[in-house]
Design a protein around this ligand. Structure first.
Ligand SMILES: [Zn+2]
Ligand SMILES: [Zn+2]
Length: 377
């Protein structure tokens, strides 16, 4: 659980981001000093200041989105009106109802307000409270790295031609001198900067698109499934309730602190619980389609169980979702399947209350639907 902001920082993700900011800034300061020294003219000074302010805002918005965090639904939360609980899902970990648009994050350990995704680089979720900061972080990172990739590439060009400039140049060419170490570090910085422009650029595009529609990455999935489900069952089209026009959608992120992240304005003709009810219906569908299995062998929970389940070990699912250790006799409700693996949740006790969830090798269990009546509850 990365709940304390300072503990959140001590993790490979945030430390790598700080390292990349440091490396690119160092390379820019080092090479700009030789190529276009800030003290040589006003234009040069403004140019250097432009980069430094992009670097500073990247660092600032990065720390803000990490320290602010996504905002969590209070433990044990329930809606004001008792009858509204029928429209909401219950989180057994937080022992409370999931507010509309919130989801439980296993890594953060809480239900996250308007959860978008869990970002390993800030080592916490992107949600209601830090959505604006996070988007500004991505924007300054892409702009700063674009600037750095252009400038560093020009400097590399001059560094390669340095000897030629000395012997046959006019004497006015910039002399950029690199040692083997600074050459390697500069190449690394260029690689990082180009990588950030491409990878973070795509993420930024998706975030901006999401903000304009007021639809999070998770809600993209829910809406996609809603369209398929309603088509299949001949129901009317799903209208995403939180898209209140792009101007208002932007305001919701910019002035996010005016909203509590629990109650949301909805568009005309939509209800407060349209999305949560759709989620409940999707979950119900999944339960009806699920199959019951009973464990016939032990499974340790190893990600690559080479000794016991060699075939499964070779085809281990490429996801960081949990693995579900099994003991013979365990009953599991499987909702997803691969050739050698199943994903499901353990059923505990007579009441079939929901236990831990995760992947397990198919060979460790046998289908036992016929032994239990699957009641479409
Ligand atoms: Zn929760
Ligand atoms: Zn999270």
């Amino acid at each position: 659980m990365a709940s304390s902001p300072f503990r959140r920082l001590c993790h490979w993700g945030p430390l790598s981001v700080l390292g990349i900011i440091k490396l690119i800034t160092w390379a820019m300061v080092h090479l700009l000093g030789m190529w276009w020294p800030p003290h040589s003219s006003i234009a040069a000074a403004l140019h250097a200041a432009l980069f430094l302010s992009l670097a500073a805002s990247t660092l600032y918005y990065f720390l803000q989105s990490l320290l602010e965090g996504p905002g969590f639904v209070p433990l044990g939360w329930k809606p004001e009106k008792q009858e509204d609980t029928d429209n909401l899902q219950f989180c057994t970990v937080c022992n409370g109802y999931k507010a509309p648009r919130s989801h439980h994050c296993r890594k953060c350990g809480y239900c996250v307000k308007k959860m978008d995704h869990h970002c390993p680089w800030i080592n916490c979720c992107v949600g209601h409270n830090n959505h604006g900061y996070f988007t500004l972080f991505l924007t300054s990172a892409v702009l700063g790295c674009f600037h750095a990739s252009v400038v560093l590439s020009i400097c590399m060009y001059h560094a390669i031609n340095r000897v030629w400039y000395i012997h046959s140049g006019t004497g006015r060419e910039p002399l950029v001198y690199l040692t083997l170490t600074t050459l390697l570090l500069t190449l690394l910085a260029i690689g990082m900067a180009v990588g950030v422009v491409l990878a973070v650029g795509v993420l930024l595009y998706l975030q901006v698109r999401g903000i304009l529609r007021n639809q999070t990455t998770i809600e993209d999935w829910i809406v996609e499934k809603a369209v398929g489900r309603r088509e299949e069952q001949g129901l009317p089209d799903f209208v995403f309730p939180y898209n209140v026009g792009w101007r208002n959608n932007i305001r919701l992120v910019l002035y996010g602190n005016k909203y509590d992240g629990i109650r949301w304005p909805v568009r005309d003709g939509c209800g407060e619980y349209d999305l949560t009810r759709e989620q409940q219906a999707q979950k119900q569908d999944k339960r009806v389609r699920s199959r019951l299995y009973t464990a016939i062998a032990e499974y340790s929970g190893y990600w690559v169980p080479l000794r016991r389940y060699p075939w499964a070990a070779l085809a281990a699912p490429c996801t960081d979702e949990p693995r579900l250790p099994l003991r013979p006799g365990d009953v599991i409700r499987a909702t997803r399947q691969r050739r050698h693996w199943l994903f499901g949740e353990k059923l505990i006790g007579e009441g079939e209350s929901r236990g831990p969830r995760g992947w397990f090798p198919r060979d460790a269990a046998t289908p036992t639907d016929h032994l239990y009546k699957t009641k479409p509850d």
